[in-house]
Design a protein around this ligand. Structure first.
Ligand SMILES: [Zn+2]
Length: 172
């Protein structure tokens, strides 16, 4: 009797695993080593009722694998399953110090020439900070076009903002 019940349980378990594996197969064309050890059972519970276009998923997956700013490849799968809404899953890289310093130097030189603040948002404001020159340590790097909207993490997409404005902008 108990032996028979075990059989049933094992069959149910086997069916469940088969469902999860079939589902992974129906969503992802490219199977990658980073997929090992991820909580696929959880992903299945959360996402298996959502329809995915396999071709689109494969294309997005390839883009993200080729993106040098994506630090966490293990995060790519949940990021895609969740509709690409949570960039924090990818641990996108920040601007490095060399980039920040060179952007700071360029902005500050231009600001001095034009007698405006080296924070481009302060420069178009109306208060006393309009002409304030901030130190490098008083500024933070900002993605001009947010990474989540395809903005790159390189010098062409970096601007230095004063900390107040960078916090106000708040998107990475
Ligand atoms: Zn500012």
């Amino acid at each position: 009797m108990s032996l028979h019940r075990n059989d049933t349980n094992i069959n149910e378990l086997r069916n469940y695993f088969t469902s999860v594996i079939d589902w992974i197969d129906s969503v992802f064309i490219h199977i990658e080593s980073e997929m090992q050890g991820l909580p696929w059972g959880e992903y299945y519970e959360l996402y298996h009722n959502i329809p995915y276009n396999r071709e689109e998923v494969a294309q997005k997956q390839q883009e993200l694998y080729a993106d040098p700013y994506v630090k966490s490849r293990k995060g790519i799968f949940e990021y895609i399953l969740g509709g690409c809404q949570l960039p924090r899953l990818l641990e996108v890289r920040c601007f490095d110090d060399a980039t920040k310093k060179s952007v700071y130097a360029r902005q500050t030189e231009e600001a001095r020439t034009n007698s405006v603040s080296n924070c481009p948002l302060c420069a178009i404001g109306k208060d006393n900070n309009r002409t304030r020159i901030y130190k490098l340590s008083e500024m933070d790097a900002d993605h001009v076009t947010a990474w989540s909207k395809s903005g790159a993490t390189d010098v062409s997409n970096c601007q230095m903002l004063c900390q107040t404005h960078n916090r106000a902008k708040g998107n990475k």
